[in-house]
Write a protein that binds this ligand. Structure first.
Ligand code: PA5
Ligand code: NI
Length: 189
């Protein structure tokens, strides 16, 4: 393929050109937040758009890189902040880099071996997701949380168990503050 230049709108997160846009509504994440009643209520009312992903697809081949931005809306389901689904890479040894562009958030990471880490992200923070670490972004701020990412085009996404039981900890509001609390669903895994 030929080299190309892509415009990244730092304020809105939009990529141009962009040949793959994914929208995730709350109904795409049923069962992923702790409060199922709040989830169903919100879906019944407006089924809010939680995030949009703008990706420039190149061939999904070893050696290629994908560039992607995510625009994660502010808000909560119950007392849990809006978040991405989170995933391992299908090829688990593929790493990824995220760069915060707008807003305030937190990157949750964990391994199958039980290690967990949470890294605050704001504009100008580059986070490095090593091979074998599952990753999820959470919007802990008042406005849109926008971040840019680069990852190997052959990595793929494995949502697997994360869709059912999530990460070891969840980010919920406690006394008006984003607080990491143990995830009760993990007791059942
Ligand atoms: O590849 C990535 O890690 C990101 O581009 C994510 O896919 C994006 O942020 C959306 O998250 P998820 O794929 O977990 O829904
Ligand atoms: Ni990823």
């Amino acid at each position: 393929m030929s080299p190309l230049a892509i415009t990244l709108d730092f304020q809105r997160g939009v990529l141009k050109p962009c040949n793959n846009v994914i929208q995730r509504h709350l109904s795409d994440m049923r069962g992923m937040y702790l409060d199922d009643t709040a989830t169903e209520e919100a879906i019944g009312q407006s089924d809010p758009l939680l995030y949009e992903v703008y990706q420039y697809d190149v061939p999904f081949e070893t050696g290629q890189l994908l560039v992607v931005t995510t625009v994660l809306q502010p808000g909560k389901v119950g007392d849990e902040y809006y978040m991405t689904k989170g995933h391992f890479h299908e090829k688990e040894d593929r790493a990824e880099v995220y760069l915060g562009l707008q807003g305030q958030g937190c990157l949750l990471l964990e391994t199958t071996g039980g290690e967990f880490k949470a890294l605050p992200v704001e504009p100008g923070i580059v986070t490095y997701i090593p091979p074998y670490w599952a990753h999820r972004m959470v919007n802990t701020g008042q406005g849109e949380f926008i971040f840019f990412g680069v990852y190997p085009a052959d990595a793929g996404h494995n949502y697997g168990d994360i869709e059912k039981t999530g990460f070891a900890k969840v980010l919920a509001e406690r006394n008006g503050q984003p607080t990491l609390i143990p995830n009760p669903k993990r007791q059942k895994r």
